[in-house]
Design a protein around this ligand. Structure first.
Ligand code: GDP
Ligand code: ZN
Length: 308
């Protein structure tokens, strides 16, 4: 049996990379189901698959999928109960952040980090454009690094303009399958083309908008960059925050809040105003950051609003 890695999916046709590098087109045979969700597409970029292929010019056939260690999904449409599988077996999600031009808000960061926790994808924070940071921003950067490394997220500094921090980032990404996310304009495409000038990612703006009359299909694709870095370009990364999370479970996805909650008097504490709440005391004594806590409350509100 041949095995391979799905690097592109367009409906029912897939591109599969075989061991050693050759890429062949493949169809699928049979039905593949995912426990618990209704998916519009059976096979995702990142899937490790078993193939039948006779070595000829004819396409191969995917006959099996190895168990996924994680996957990213999004709703097929707003009202739908069906999901589109965007990517699987992702080793890390790099959240690219900039403090100026544009300014990334902590609400954006925390929303993304909650999703990465829910998907069980380790997140790394990349503070880019540090060449633009003045004194005030440097202080802010240090404060953010303290907050997020305490929560368990590795933080890296980068200036793509000056090349500062690039070697460390390259080393951390080597050998991994990665999605790179962040506000528009933070430097995601610049990062990819700096790591490997041969790779041109489409931009999110084009892939997600029809306003300009452009209609780009929104399938995911995996790129193999120099230095053994694999990047998944997925249109749904902005919808990374739309997974449904039960209100009572939201705090599980804020690692430092979850840890502190072990000390709450009530096991079903939502850390709002309950007596004996260890999370609130931690916020008061500064061991949990106020902004993380406020963003927790904000997301809690949103979850509630969904069901009203
Ligand atoms: P994306 O929307 O996240 O893909 O952002 P781009 O890669 O298109 O970058 C947006 C702009 O920021 C471009 O003009 C880049 O040249 C610029 N840029 C990227 N990285 C840096 C950096 O480290 N410092 C500065 N000053 N500009 C940067
Ligand atoms: Zn509590």
């Amino acid at each position: 049996m041949i095995t391979g890695l799905v690097i592109k999916s367009t409906g029912n046709l897939f591109l599969v990379e075989l061991p050693g590098g050759p890429v062949i087109p493949c169809g699928i045979k049979g039905k593949f189901r995912i426990r618990g969700i209704r998916a519009t597409n059976p096979v995702a970029v990142g899937d490790r698959v078993r193939l039948e292929w006779d070595g000829s010019d004819a396409p191969g056939i995917i006959v099996g999928i190895e168990e996924r260690k994680n996957y990213i999904i999004r709703k097929a449409s707003n009202l739908s109960r069906e999901y589109q599988l965007l990517a699987s077996n992702v080793d890390a999600a790099w959240l690219m952040v900039s403090l100026v031009m544009p300014r990334t808000l902590t609400a954006f960061m925390d929303r993304f980090l909650v999703s990465s926790e829910a998907y069980r994808i380790p997140a790394v924070i990349l503070f880019n454009k540090i060449d633009l940071d003045g004194r005030a921003e440097m202080e802010e950067l240090e404060a953010l690094e303290r907050v997020y490394s305490r929560a368990g997220y590795p933080c890296r500094r980068l200036s793509l303009k000056l090349g500062n921090g690039l070697e460390e980032v390259r080393r951390d990404m080597a050998g991994k399958v990665i999605v790179v996310a962040g506000n528009s304009g933070v430097g995601k495409s610049t990062l990819i083309s700096t790591l490997d000038p041969a790779i041109q990612l489409r931009t999110e703006e084009v892939s997600e908008s029809n306003q300009s009359g452009r209609h780009t299909t929104t399938f995911s694709q995996m790129y193999h960059l120099k230095g053994d870095i694999r990047v998944i370009d997925t249109p749904g990364i902005r919808g990374f925050g739309t997974i449904d999370i039960r209100r009572e479970e939201l705090f599980h996805f804020f690692p430092e809040i979850f840890r502190a909650s072990a000390g709450c008097r009530y096991h079903n504490c939502l850390h709002l105003n309950e007596p004996g709440c260890a999370v609130k005391s931690a916020v008061e004594d500064g061991s949990i950051s106020e902004s993380r806590y406020l963003n927790y409350l904000l997301l809690l509100e949103e979850e509630e609003a969904k069901y009203r």
